[in-house]
Design a protein around this ligand. Sequence first.
Ligand SMILES: Nc1ncnc2c1ncn2[C@@H]1O[C@H](COP(=O)(O)OP(=O)(O)O)[C@@H](O)[C@H]1O
Ligand SMILES: [Mg+2]
Length: 231
Amino acid sequence: MTSREVAVLLRDVWKSYMIGRDVVTVLRSVNASFYKGEIVGIHGPSGSGKTTLLKLIAGLDRPDRGEVVVDGYNLNMLDDLGLAMLRNTVVSYIPQDYGLIDELTVWENVELPLLLAGASRDVREKRVKDVLEYIGLKGRERVKPLTLSGGERQRVAIARALVTTPTVLLADEPTANLDWGNAVRVAELFKRIKEDFNTLVIIVTHDPRILEFVDRSLNIVEGTLKEITPR
Ligand SMILES: Nc1ncnc2c1ncn2[C@@H]1O[C@H](COP(=O)(O)OP(=O)(O)O)[C@@H](O)[C@H]1O
Ligand SMILES: [Mg+2]
């Protein structure tokens, strides 16, 4: 009964950037499997390639070499439109700065991925309402994100990521700007999401407050992933 379903597979993934005239290789032959229903912590010093890795899994960027497979989709086989559709169905990425649109209300921010996915008005109404209730943002629908606390803004970003019922949720340093109470609340929320929806949650963090919530941890060391707490 414990056969684990692979949600993300990385096979010999390489990624370099041109910085000035230099080619800087950030990821060198990354190989890893991540499973549905687990929370994985990714650690590593600033500049080690953590955000790069999340963006490759989210289909926001492409590897130079190797394969990224997300919920059975080999991202090399998808064109840009395919990747955009993937991000509206299978995988959600929460950027470090939350990426909320200040001019839109909480409701409109959370509704946006469903609009882009072409969901009907009825579906959108019900889904946004359900997600905001689940995340604990009921009563905040009509306000703008900037009037909210940091913890609430992070929860709006999580609601927007969750509204499309993704298999994979990627969070880039989600608690970096939060105080103790809000950081723990966000970590508990990821745990609840994992348990309720069998989601794979990958969290980039160096926050010790998050560590007790992850099922396993990986370090980026010289461009490859090393397991540091195998279970
Ligand atoms: N779009 C880009 N163009 C050029 N260099 C980049 C780009 N994105 C990231 N880098 C470089 O790649 C390295 C890893 O960046 P990043 O993945 O953001 O690291 P981390 O999230 O671990 O801090 C850094 O040296 C960064 O400057
Ligand atoms: Mg980063």
